[in-house]
Ligand binder design. Structure first.
Ligand code: F6R
Length: 601
């Protein structure tokens, strides 16, 4: 979702800001802008659409060593130049960028800004006008900023410029992520360390309800009450090459191909000296102590959670419920006596999940976050964290983070089983090793996946994925992947459920992608395929060797325990979705309307 950058130093800020915004493009946006300050005051450039359009609009002749920038993913007001950030106060003295949602903006407008005329439909403009109002009332700018923040309800990350001061960027956050980066003779602001990796890898984390005064030479963090807070910087363990596409045409394809390496990295990171895959003692103990695990997640991470339930129940014999985070808060189930909450989130910033985390922490329960981003909000605010070690995932459609989530959940389940003295018939490390090698073979079969995509999906308006048992969950993930990047209407269905209504949608030629990787349901799913074929569907069966039949379209060959076939069957599904999107000339890495890091509820 929206992204923020800022620079204050000796160089011209424009290029640094634009390059920073380009690094945030992956989060999803529909307009972008920058504001820079020099001795002539502030200059704002903003455009609807891509950063490339903004680049063309920026006046090269303006040289300014201070600036802020923003990518906007519309919430209040349509995507447009007027609604794009930065926004300015009426006198144009103050210029501001904001991520998040100000929930009480209408009340604030009514109570404090009567008579002020607004240019945009955004909630953000209220913030900059409030700051100007408090300055006009006699406050110093820092106090005016604080007074404004105290009134805001909702989420925000803010960077603010005063056109009368070329040596300060004012920064604050609540619930939305924001970092300050440190350099020699300069400092930067960024929603994500990736944005400013071009100039620094030293970052300071900001906490909610702090304000930060960033100058060329210093970074001063204060609470809203005015107490100065000392906080040591950390080194962002990111390699610049991790965030480049290299020779790949798209990040998504690169990330699909990275999955075997990610799996091996996970094995390496979680293996103890005895060669066992284990988690930290305190996490193990939390698993042993709980009487029920509640998995909370959204989208693809929710689908990984459904597989996590299978692992934790079947391997560790602990009951599990899986919940969509946006539903949980107001639809909370009756909780068990000793619940353990597991939050699964690639970004670690998903606002829906964070809202649940805040709620369950207030209720006094323990929480574990499984995330790809160390230091992310969900990681910081939970009691424990398990990292995915997947490296930055840039494509909006999650691929390697999903398989990493599934693998880490299997390790958590295996370790809990060991702690509970439950005998397991397989060696997890060996199984995951087999999976990694088999993934490589699948990734090498791109030509075949491309053919399947062309054959089944180049012109269709819809598509169904069906499966039974754990294949059903992979089908749900397949449908999400396909629809989000190719815009084909796709649904993942339990094979047996189709005939209870949805079969009415099957027409001559409707593609049905059926997954058959589990012996126990093999006959069942094949029966379901026959039912839809009898009604004209065009079936594409993806099966495991040993369960395959003559007309299966793709057969996965790997001698792996049945619990881990989802880590394999998802690869053809990801690749088929990728090629379907390519055939339809869609923007694979940046699908319309979507954001990578969903930081609003
Ligand atoms: C789909 C996708 C999304 C995310 C969801 C949760 O490809 O990426 O469905 O899985 O928005 O995001 P995280 O995992 O960051 O909490």
């Amino acid at each position: 979702m929206c992204g923020i950058v800022g620079y204050i130093g000796k160089q011209d800020s424009k290029e640094i800001l634009l390059r920073g915004l380009e690094k945030l493009e992956y989060r999803g946006y529909d307009s972008a802008g920058i504001a820079v300050v020099n001795e002539n005051g502030v200059q704002v450039f903003k455009e609807k659409g891509r950063i490339a359009t903004l680049r063309e609009a920026v006046d090269e002749a303006v040289i300014a060593p201070v600036g802020i920038g923003h990518t906007r993913w519309a919430t209040h007001g349509v995507p447009s130049k007027v609604n794009a950030h930065p926004h300015q106060s009426s006198s144009e003295r103050f210029t501001l960028v904001h991520n998040g949602v100000i929930e009480n903006y209408n009340h604030l407008k009514r109570d404090y800004l009567d008579g002020v005329s607004f240019k945009s439909d955004t909630d953000t403009e209220i913030v900059v006008q409030l700051i100007e109002k408090f300055v006009n009332d006699g406050h110093q700018i820092e106090d005016a900023f604080k007074e404004t923040l105290k009134l805001l309800k909702g989420s925000y990350a803010i960077a603010l410029l005063d056109n009368q001061d070329q040596n300060t960027i004012y920064v604050a956050k609540n619930k939305s992520p924001l970092l300050v980066g440190l350099g020699d003779d300069f400092n930067v602001v960024a929603s994500d360390a990736m944005a400013m990796l071009q100039v620094t890898n030293q970052y300071v984390e900001l906490m909610d309800k702090e304000i930060v005064i960033v100058t060329r030479e210093s970074v001063t963090i204060k609470t809203l009450e005015g107490r100065v807070v000392e906080r040591a910087p950390y080194t962002a363990e990111l390699d610049a090459s991790d965030i480049e596409k290299g020779t790949y045409p798209h990040y998504m394809l690169k990330e699909i191909d990275e999955q075997p390496a990610v799996l091996r990295k996970i094995i390496g990171n979680y293996r103890n000296d005895n060669g066992e895959l284990t988690v930290d003692e305190e996490i193990r103990q939390a698993m042993v102590d709980t009487d029920r695990v509640y998995i909370i997640a959204a989208g693809t991470s929710y689908h990984a959670g459904l597989l996590g339930k299978q692992y934790i129940e079947k391997i560790a014999q602990i009951p599990v419920e899986v919940h969509i985070s946006s539903e949980f808060s107001y639809n909370m189930p009756l909780l068990s006596g000793k619940p353990l909450f597991i939050f699964i989130s690639q970004s670690g910033e998903t606002a829906d999940s964070r809202a649940v985390l805040v709620q369950v922490k207030e209720m006094g329960y323990k929480a574990l976050t499984i995330t790809n981003v160390q230091g992310s909000t969900l990681s910081r605010e939970a009691d424990f964290t398990l990292l995915l070690h997947a490296g930055p995932e840039i494509a909006v459609a999650s691929t390697k983070a999903y398989t990493a989530q599934v693998a880490v959940l299997s390790i958590l389940a295996r370790d809990a089983a060991r702690a509970k003295g439950i005998e397991i018939s397989f060696d997890l490390s060996k199984e995951l090793g087999i999976v990694a090698s088999a993934m490589e073979t699948l990734c090498d079969d791109k030509e075949e996946m491309e053919k399947i995509a062309r054959e089944y999906l180049s012109t269709t308006r819809n598509c169904f994925f069906i499966g039974r048992g754990i294949d059903y969950y992979v089908g749900m993930e397949g449908a999400l992947k396909l629809k989000e990047i190719s815009y084909i209407q796709a649904e993942g269905f339990a094979g047996g459920e189709l005939k209870h209504g949805t079969i009415a949608l099957i027409e001559e030629g409707t593609p049905i992608i059926a997954l058959a990787t589990q012996e126990i349901v093999n006959l069942g799913i094949r029966g379901n395929v026959k039912e839809v074929v009898a009604r004209g569907a065009n079936p594409c069966i993806i099966s495991m060797k040993g369960l395959n039949e003559e007309d299966d379209r793709y057969v996965i060959s790997a001698d792996v325990h049945e619990l881990f076939t989802p880590l394999l069957s998802v690869i053809p599904v990801q690749l088929i979705s990728y090629y379907a999107a390519l055939h339809r000339e869609c923007d694979v890495d940046k699908p319309r309307n979507l954001a990578k890091s969903v930081t609003v509820e």
